[in-house]
Design a protein around this ligand. Sequence first.
Ligand SMILES: NC(=O)c1ccc[n+]([C@@H]2O[C@H](COP(=O)([O-])OP(=O)(O)OC[C@H]3O[C@@H](n4cnc5c(N)ncnc54)[C@H](OP(=O)(O)O)[C@@H]3O)[C@@H](O)[C@H]2O)c1
Length: 332
Amino acid sequence: MSEKKLSWGVISTAKIGKRAVNPAIQASSNGELLAVASRDEARAKAFAEEAGIPTSYGSYDALLEDPAIHAIYNPLPNSLHKEWTIKAAEKGKHILCEKPMALDAAECAEMEAAAKANGVKLMEAFMYRFHPRTEQVLEMVRDGAIGDLKGIRSSFTFKLDRPKDIRWDLELGGGALMDLGCYCVNVSRTVVGKEPVEVRAMANFRDGGVDQQMAGTLRFDDGMLAHFDCALTMDRTEVYHIMGTDGHIRVLDAFVPGTDAVVIEKFDAEDNMTPMDVAGGDEYRIMVEHFADAVLNDGPLRNTPEEASLNMKVIEALYESARKGGEGMTVD
Ligand SMILES: NC(=O)c1ccc[n+]([C@@H]2O[C@H](COP(=O)([O-])OP(=O)(O)OC[C@H]3O[C@@H](n4cnc5c(N)ncnc54)[C@H](OP(=O)(O)O)[C@@H]3O)[C@@H](O)[C@H]2O)c1
């Protein structure tokens, strides 16, 4: 790894930046967080002071003009990911963009084209993919630890009690599938290693059009099914089960496991469970260090923009199905 450090700026005072990603950049071995921008100058200043960020800006544009910044972390509401990622790319900045990368696959493709045209790297911030446990689970499945793959069940729910939250706003790209189900879709596609051919979903939509709860199924070309549920109105659960011919794997606290040691629960065909210990790690820090390494050494990214587009295609088809009362939708 290069001795150099990647200089980052974060656009907005988003909660996820404050809670996880900004501290991860500050703790990273190959990055430094030089600036934060907000729509409100006083908010940016107060945020910078509290977080020990040297510079603050009263607009995102002003931060993008700073020549000392080489990478942008974009945790804006989903509907603004595209606009500000493209603006950043046009200023020659590399971009780590929050999940889901955009509102649809067409937007992802535009963002990818802008990154390519400007010679910068773009990655969707699916941090759970960087947790050491995720890699270990994928390896176990590939190595046949549970026999042949038969199916996947996943769930991500929590109770959102902030009435003004961006997740309740359709215009800002809110909704349970956009916020939480995107992880279930991602883990299902990643474990299977290919794209579903058809999806179906049913959802409870709120006034205003945002899905507060969804249950969906992905069908693959060999008939295998992956099904999931997500909700912004239910107690917190984060879990996925990978079912095989010779047993199954259960992963609890699947997407945001914290930094402590975790386990993979492996069940044999007789339902005997063996817990497999995995050392803890900060998935956010591993993610930002991977991104910085790829930028500094012009290496490959593990989450490519093409991959973000593929995930969005499935999400789009699930929404279409849910709006049509569960009709089957093919995924192009
Ligand atoms: N990977 C993860 O673990 C994880 C977890 C949570 C969220 N996320 C993702 O991170 C993103 C942000 O989520 P969050 O919960 O952190 O959001 P949030 O706290 O509401 O922050 C969004 C920020 O965007 C700025 N903003 C600009 N235009 C806005 C508008 N019209 N309405 C509201 N805010 C606006 C605001 O900052 P200023 O006013 O300072 O400009 C606001 O603080 C989303 O894409 C979400 O899916 C990822």
